[in-house]
Design a protein around this ligand. Structure first.
Ligand SMILES: C[S@@+](CC[C@H](N)C(=O)[O-])C[C@H]1O[C@@H](n2cnc3c(N)ncnc32)[C@H](O)[C@@H]1O
Length: 403
């Protein structure tokens, strides 16, 4: 991995401290932990995890760019959808995992432009450093709305209004499995020989994959997920490796169970089960982002790189149904944004400001192009006591593909 840029000494020291803590945890657990525990620590270990540490993550100087970072037109379209719901549902907006606060700022500006300038905007963010960044962004770009923004330390017992999350599901830890055609193994994490501090190479991994036979519950969950995909066992490439996003489903169920009246709107990359567990997708969907490079080794520099998995939207839909949420739509990001008026909004960018216009039209291209974010990224919504006429799903709803 010597083509990856080397981390700064300070960042490397943080990563090595996290590796030492993880090593102790693995030894304490008898030499093995599930990949969900590893991913949880790599992303969220207080002070050391990727999201909970101080590294720059978003934007050109970070590791990846998300839709709200690309253009304010994304947030304007999300606001248009939320405005439709907020007209009939009181309770305001609750955003999970608000990143740099860009989506919140753009939404608050657009909602105000639409005449909704009294709405409460609450944020649930696991990362303390990101909360500070979010406050700064909102103060700078949408200062008029800052008094209405609140950061919550825990989930409200009852949630009314609109809940939104962009690229949060993919950041929720997953468990990994390998199916050898007969048996299911859980693919977890063990220590590799040699202490990380002793290595000259900053990318020398201290951890590696270790398989053990799946316990009966995990075995049953994996087999059920593969069966739901609809592919016959004998067509599946073996060994077949993939992920199970049980925690993401549990997260949707928790929010759904607490939802009084309102809508849940989620954006992320992923597929229906039939594509997620396609027989040829035999390496799963786990991916790592480090300084705008994508690679597949989650054990490099723990805490300094993003680790993500795609979303099985069929599983998410099934979780929502279990807690009685009604489906409101599922479509590609391109369809959703176009339905919500993306092109009209682009047309409002003054063409005489040619640089600004060029930047926005390029961003629109990235947001909707099939080769970029338009098709891989999906939008899904559920509701309780909300009409099934959401603007963003008016054309191209594919909810049936999730069955
Ligand atoms: C890939 S970033 C996306 C950030 C932002 N939404 C954006 O689009 O730029 C994932 C975010 O989800 C947050 N996150 C993950 N799990 C969460 C949870 N259970 N509750 C709240 N935030 C969560 C992370 O802390 C991080 O801010």
């Amino acid at each position: 991995m010597n083509q990856l840029p080397k981390p700064e000494a300070e960042a490397l020291a943080v990563s090595r401290a996290l590796s030492r803590a993880l090593t102790q945890r693995i030894e304490h657990a008898g030499g093995w932990i599930g990949f969900d525990a590893f991913m949880g620590a790599a992303l969220y270990e207080p002070g050391f995890g990727y999201y909970t540490g101080n590294s720059r993550k978003f934007g050109r100087g970070g590791d990846f760019v998300t839709a709200p970072e690309l253009s304010p037109l994304f947030g304007a379209c999300v606001a248009a959808q939320c405005a439709q719901w907020l007209e009939v549902v009181p309770g305001g907006v609750l955003e999970f995992g608000a990143g740099t606060g860009m989506l919140a700022a753009h939404m608050l500006n657009e909602l105000a432009r639409l005449g909704i300038d009294d709405v409460a905007y609450r944020i649930v963010e696991l990362s303390a450093p990101l909360r500070a960044v979010q406050r700064h962004t909102i103060e700078t770009l949408a200062g008029h709305a800052l008094p209405r923004v609140r950061w919550l330390d825990e989930l409200p017992a009852r949630i009314d209004g609109v809940v939104i999350a962009n690229e949060v599901l993919d950041a929720i830890p997953v468990r990994r499995f390998v199916h050898d055609g007969t048996q299911v193994f859980e693919r977890g994490v063990a220590c590799r020989a040699g202490a990380p501090d002793a290595a000259d190479d900053p990318f020398a991994p201290a951890f590696g994959w270790a398989d053990r036979p799946a316990d009966p519950d995990f075995d049953a969950a994996v087999r059920a997920a593969l069966e739901r995909s609809g592919w016959p066992d004998d067509e599946r490439f073996v060994p077949y490796e993939s992920e199970l996003g049980e925690q993401a489903c549990a997260w949707v169920e928790t929010i759904g169970a607490r939802m009084g009246r309102g809508a849940l709107l989620l954006f992320d990359y992923g597929f229906p089960a039939r594509e997620f567990y396609h027989p040829q997708r035999s390496a799963g969907t786990l991916a790592c982002h480090y300084r705008h490079r994508v690679h597949f080794d989650p054990f490099l520099v723990p805490g300094l790189q993003d680790v993500t998995s795609h979303v099985d939207f069929s599983a998410i839909a099934a979780g929502a149904a279990r807690v009685g949420l009604a489906p409101l739509g599922y479509t590609s990001q391109a369809n959703f944004l176009l339905n919500a008026g993306l092109l009209d909004r682009l047309a409002q960018v003054p063409t005489d400001e040619s640089l600004a216009y060029a930047r926005q039209s390029q961003a629109v291209q990235v947001l909707v192009s099939e080769a970029e974010m338009g098709e891989l990224f999906k939008v899904i919504a559920f509701g309780r006591e909300v009409a099934d006429d959401a603007l963003g799903f008016s054309r191209g709803d594919r909810y049936d593909a999730l069955a």
